[in-house]
Design a protein around this ligand. Structure first.
Ligand SMILES: *Cc1c(COP(=O)(O)O)cnc(C)c1O
Length: 382
């Protein structure tokens, strides 16, 4: 190891989302070299932007953007559009969310890192997560040498073990827990926060920040945005990477108390959002009805795939409030070897799944993709 590198980074495993990058073809010996790979491993929308919107974006690049100029580093117009959407989508008729409550990141991943920098860096705090959950919280904390305290969940409902969480809060010192990260609904398990979990979060003291990641809000339609004005120690994170079909452009946003937002703005890079990304997000918001109109189809597909998987004896399937399904193998199928073999066989046929927590997280794809997934499972398990 190079002697100038931080020794704790040697142990860190880098996050590798699509191992194959955009095409999914990382290794033609294990992945079928098919024209269409069904990429059901990263919870993107299966639907690209409609051609007319891509054309608008291309027009904006050609006619409006000056490639030689830095992008707008204040994001004012985009913040206003996001605030309007946040109020509207949470049914907040008095429009309590303003642009001062919004910070925009290069993906919500950037905001997670900004939150960590603003709260815990430099030995000031640890974070709490309930496993299994979105892996970026722990990964980004580790890159900043921030301790991560992990508690478990119920193996049946995946509700956080609140007794363990409460006792971790009380017994973690030097540094104490400064931030609690939850996903609503959770990834990879698909369960929204229960009222017991929400009440526990409400009971946390002012000096603990509660981060509620609503990456799948448009699918679940459950949000705590309406509570934010009463809770200066809560922050909601959202993304354009899932329901808004903009994963390529990297946009996420935070909604929180203006003082917390102002601090996130201090720690971010000045030009974190390329001009094309700002244009894409503005176009997506202006056409939100059209873009989000694919959600009912995806929810119907989720229902169908859930029922069909439940009909296969090998699978235990959990209900999901998001655009993916979590499933584990059960009975005589329930081993890591079988799981791994199934994973490899589906991959060889062109279906990429996420193997996690002794199970699969399966993104809801286009109807064709979901049909192929089912067929391939049935054929391989036969
Ligand atoms: C996909 C996802 C994100 C999105 O991150 P971006 O950086 O905005 O693409 C954030 N949180 C969770 C829980 C996710 O699943």
């Amino acid at each position: 190891m190079l002697p100038f590198l931080r020794s704790d980074l040697a142990q860190l495993v880098a996050y590798t989302p699509h191992p194959g990058g955009a095409s999914g073809h990382e290794d033609s010996s294990t992945t079928a070299s098919l024209a269409a790979i069904d990429r059901l491993d990263t919870n993107e929308s299966p639907f690209d932007l409609p051609p007319a919107l891509k054309q608008k974006l291309a027009w904006s690049y050609q006619q409006e953007l000056e490639a030689n100029r830095y992008p707008d580093g204040s994001h004012i117009q985009l913040k206003e559009a996001i605030a309007t959407y946040a109020n509207e989508s949470a049914g907040l008729t008095t429009a309590p969310i303003t642009r001062d409550h919004i910070s925009i990141g290069n993906g919500s991943d950037e905001l997670i890192r900004s939150v960590l920098i603003a709260t815990c860096l430099g030995g000031e705090g640890a974070i709490l997560v309930a496993q299994p959950t979105f892996s970026m919280y722990a990964i980004l904390a580790q890159t900043l040498a921030i301790p991560v305290v992990k508690v478990g969940r119920s193996p049946d409902s995946f509700e956080t073990d609140l007794t363990a969480a409460q006792s971790a809060m009380a017994s973690t010192h030097n540094p104490a827990i400064r931030a609690v990260f939850v996903v609503h609904p959770n990834s990879p398990t698909g369960n929204p926060l229960t009222s017991a979990e929400l009440n526990w979060l409400r009971s946390l003291p002012d000096h603990v920040l509660v981060v509620i990641d609503e990456a799948y809000f448009e699918f679940s339609q459950t949000t705590v945005a309406g509570e934010l004005t009463q809770r200066p120690n809560w922050i909601v994170l959202r993304t354009f990477s899932k329901a808004f079909r903009l994963a390529a452009h990297r946009v996420g946003y935070a909604i929180a108390h203006p003082e917390l937002i102002a601090t996130l703005e201090k720690v971010r890079l000045p030009y974190n959002l390329p001009s094309t990304t700002q244009a894409a997000a503005a176009i997506a918001l202006a056409h939100r009805q059209e873009l989000l109109s694919t959600i009912p189809l995806l929810l119907a597909e989720r229902q169908h795939l859930t029922e069909q998987l439940m009909a296969i004896a090998a699978f235990k399937v959990w209900p999901s409030a998001a655009n993916f399904i979590f499933t584990q193998l059960q009975g005589s199928y329930g081993s890591e070897t079988t799981l791994d073999s199934l994973f490899q066989q589906l991959k060889a046929q062109g279906t990429l799944l996420r193997k996690i927590n002794s199970g699969f997280r399966i993104t809801i794809g286009a109807p064709e993709e979901n049909r192929r997934t089912l067929e391939r499972f049935k054929q391989v398990l036969h």
